[in-house]
Design a protein around this ligand. Sequence first.
Ligand code: GLY
Length: 421
Amino acid sequence: MKILVIGSGGREHALVWKIAQSPYIEKIYCAPGNGGIGDLADCVDIDVTDFKALTGFAFKKSIDLTVVGPELPLTLGIADAFKQRGLAVFGPSKEAAVLEGSKAFTKNFLSKYNIPTSDYQTFDNSEEAVQYIHDNQPPYVLKADGLAAGKGVLICQNRSEAFQGIEDIMEAKKFGDAGNRLVIEEYMEGEEASILAITDGERFVTLPAAQDHKAVFEGDKGPNTGGMGAYAPAPVVDDALLHRIEEEIIRPTIEGMKTENRLYQGVLYAGLMITKAGPKIVEYNCRFGDPEIQAIIPLLKTDLVDLMMEVAEGRLKTKMPKITPRSCICVVMASGGYPGSYQKGKQIYGLDDVNQDVMVFHAATKKENDQIITSGGRVLGVTATGKTFLQARERAYRAVGKIAFDGAYYRKDIGHRALKR
Ligand code: GLY
């Protein structure tokens, strides 16, 4: 088979790494790819939103399956564009990807289908949002309605932070048009978990629970990022809780989307808060979580190409993916200053010094004159497995210690909740 992966981050590197292990594979392409993906796939310089060029490329190269990594092309309808040309694609349609594309749609959907989530209100103008803050007690959770690269959620501990947040999102348009609408939610206490379900729109399987670390600083302090590290399986979700999540959240979501004529095929990522009252939806994403998938894929024994092809053809047969009984952790190395401004173009040293059994997934790198240099905020996902969580963690951090670039920053407490357990 010839596979095309769309995207350029750590998620796409992990996907390409796993796809390359499938016995079906003749060739992998990645558009646009990055400095690490280039070792396993032919990187093609096409933008992820240039559907005409991407479908044309897939057609010309007789691609058997295209796997879409990021949310932006999915919410813009890339899966529809591929299907219209008769090309097999893994990823939900535009109508289905709205679960990530609009927080307001999702909140209404959750309420209509009685899927547990926090109370909320949606605002189209800032005056009403300000009034809501006056009328309610902190803390407040402010969410830009549209896509904001994981950064459009603000947890505000007091009124003045909330007023500033409303100003930033709705008036200064810090996240662009994503802030035309605002959702303000009740703050949920608990521990977060990410459940990724692979579905053909009717049947689904779930992957091991993962836990992300969204805040930039240790102790979960500071602004939200796309994710500073993750591990799986996350012990906060035991078998009984996973079953509950499947029945109370995943199944009704898939059935509800079918009822809405928005058949959901691809990965449904449920971002959850495990509260005292049970699991509740924080957000859905319409693609593999990143960095979560970097910590899940090394545990997956089932052939991912098989699984994705079954979904693309709407005939999911796999009942339960085979999972290796190990632990896996991914520590993100980022450019100093991220998620604010940071410098790029720094040479990365030590990539060849890490042990062979550690996977260094590239998230924002470029190859220039045979050197790997940084090209974005989250640069690498240093990922290791172990018989135990502690062993995996120790291996990953040992590898992180061998890699260096000017301004490199990483959290030293990835997995702190699992450690406490
Ligand atoms: N790690 C969070 C996300 O993928 O959205």
